[in-house]
Design a protein around this ligand. Structure first.
Ligand SMILES: *[C@@H]1O[C@H](CO)[C@@H](O)[C@H](O)[C@H]1NC(C)=O
Ligand SMILES: *[C@@H]1O[C@H](CO)[C@@H](O)[C@H](O)[C@H]1NC(C)=O
Ligand SMILES: *[C@@H]1O[C@H](CO)[C@@H](O)[C@H](O)[C@H]1NC(C)=O
Length: 443
């Protein structure tokens, strides 16, 4: 139940707080962007072009510019290595470890790709002209000049696709095998990745700096002074450059193989509205079910051959999230716990906000996750455990319950329908986890 403010002075404080917040949002740039195209020359683009057409055209333009740049540089490199200059400055300028045949092969592929992109852009542009989505006289240059107001960061060279986010606190014995496993499996998978680590005990900074060096920058350490998980993940999520964030904890070792990351990428690509995938524990429904763990799924995605199903709640960790969705819903709630205090309820709170914002949440079975049993994590030690699982659980739980209350039941209904409509039964011998496992009429 929401209590009414007791005195006028406290409601005055709340009112002025709200006003100051609305002042901030009212002046934020994203709220002022009703004018899409500043120049009248470009304004046609806001009339008839859909956002998906804009995205396609932008990517074509961006890729074409990168190829033009590459071909330009390769032309100069080939010329100056075939005709070696005498001026030491020019020699240094065009020095390369690649051989002339390698440069020429690269040149050939890049020019072929450039021609392909040229043809593709011309085809798209003339089709959009014919259907009046672009002006009758629109050219590639017109589209380039007007649509390069924004760029697609995923197309930047060498940008990681996956960012592992690790919250680390005093567990030096796990570091080597943890980092080796992740770096190895990502190399095998051939997907650009990084491991951003919040080092929550700064005194180990030297060791992490050395790891950044020895892994050629795969490890990106961030030094914090015991901020604990909510603030740690928000800080490193902001720093991460991948589109997919995989939140990890230092007491759970990732599998040796790369299959789990491959499966995550497949799920996020097949389900465009998927916001998060948990891999540790889940609930079909927060108020009516209890926690379920590995090897307990009733549904799966038969087409992909992946053991995953929609769930109302998923726990840390690992927990994979789409970066844009994590940001859109406000990340983890730092108001749920003070600095240095455990983030209990933070995971359920995050995924519940995703459901309420129209995103989906899944749980996926991962083989080979290993709990590090060499020492129990900070929040599981007897002297600190009650502080988290008892005291913090009560206060954060109070907030969580009044924030969402009975709306969980609506989410559960929606999750059930998604499972029945989009997935297949994995284990018909198991009892149906719902009152009924048949679709309701008209759903
Ligand atoms: C050329 O295109 C192929 C196929 O799309 C791609 O795999 C390759 O990376 C591209 N190479 C360059 C240099 O653009
Ligand atoms: C937008 O497209 C429609 C057809 O889909 C066309 O009739 C209309 O003239 C176009 N608008 C402009 C400003 O060209
Ligand atoms: C297209 O033609 C219109 C006049 O019909 C002119 O105002 C506009 O600048 C032209 N646009 C381009 C891209 O040439």
């Amino acid at each position: 139940m929401i209590e009414r403010p007791k005195s006028t002075s406290s409601s005055y404080i709340i009112l002025s707080l709200l006003l100051s917040i609305s002042c901030i949002t009212a002046t934020s740039p994203s709220q002022l962007r009703s004018v899409q195209y500043f120049l009248p020359y470009c304004s046609y683009l806001s009339v008839n072009l859909s956002s998906s057409n804009i995205a396609t055209l932008r990517s074509l333009v961006q890729i074409r510019h990168y190829l033009q740049k590459r071909v330009r540089d390769l032309t100069d490199l080939i010329y100056n290595n075939e005709h070696p200059p005498t001026d030491p400055v020019v020699i240094h300028t065009f020095k390369t470890k690649r051989t002339i045949p390698e440069l020429k092969a690269d040149f050939d592929i890049s020019t072929q790709n450039l021609t392909k992109i040229d043809d593709e852009s011309e085809a798209v542009i003339s089709q959009l002209r014919a259907t009046h989505h672009l002006p009758h006289n629109a050219t590639f240059s017109y589209v380039s000049h007007c649509l390069s107001s924004r760029l697609e960061p995923a197309l930047y060279h060498g940008r990681p696709k996956v960012s592992f986010l690790l919250q680390y606190f005093k567990r030096p014995q796990m570091i080597d095998s943890f980092v080796t496993k992740l770096a190895g499996s990502m190399k095998k998978l051939g997907v650009a990745a990084e491991l951003v680590v919040n080092v929550d005990n700064v005194e180990e900074s030297q060791q992490w700096a050395e790891l950044s060096y020895s892994t050629n920058g795969f490890v990106v350490p961030v030094l914090s002074n015991n901020v604990h998980e909510a603030r740690a993940y928000n800080r490193i999520a902001g720093l991460a450059r991948g589109q997919l964030l995989i939140l990890l904890q230092d007491d759970m070792h990732p599998p040796e193989d790369d299959v789990w990351v491959q499966h995550l990428l497949q799920l996020f690509s097949k389900y465009p509205e998927l916001g998060a995938v948990g891999m540790m524990a889940y609930r079909y429904c927060i108020p009516t079910h209890s926690n379920s763990y590995h090897n307990s799924l009733y549904f799966h995605d038969k087409e992909l051959g992946i053991k995953a199903q929609f769930v109302a709640a998923a726990d840390f960790a690992p927990l994979a999230v789409r970066k844009t969705v994590f940001e859109e819903v406000g990340g983890l709630d730092e108001g749920l716990s003070e600095e240095g205090v455990c983030g209990i309820f933070g995971d359920w709170d995050l995924v519940t906000r995703m459901w309420l914002s129209g995103w989906q949440v899944m749980y996926m079975d991962v083989d080979g996750l290993q709990v590090d049993s060499t020492s129990s994590g900070g929040t599981h030690k007897p002297e600190t455990g009650d502080r988290c699982w008892l005291r913090q659980a009560k206060s954060a739980g109070t907030l969580f319950n009044s924030r969402f209350g009975s709306i969980h039941l609506d989410i559960c209904e929606h999750v059930q329908q998604l499972n029945l409509k989009l997935l297949q039964v994995l284990n018909p011998a198991a009892p149906c986890p719902y009152t009924s496992c048949t679709l309701t009429a008209g759903a």
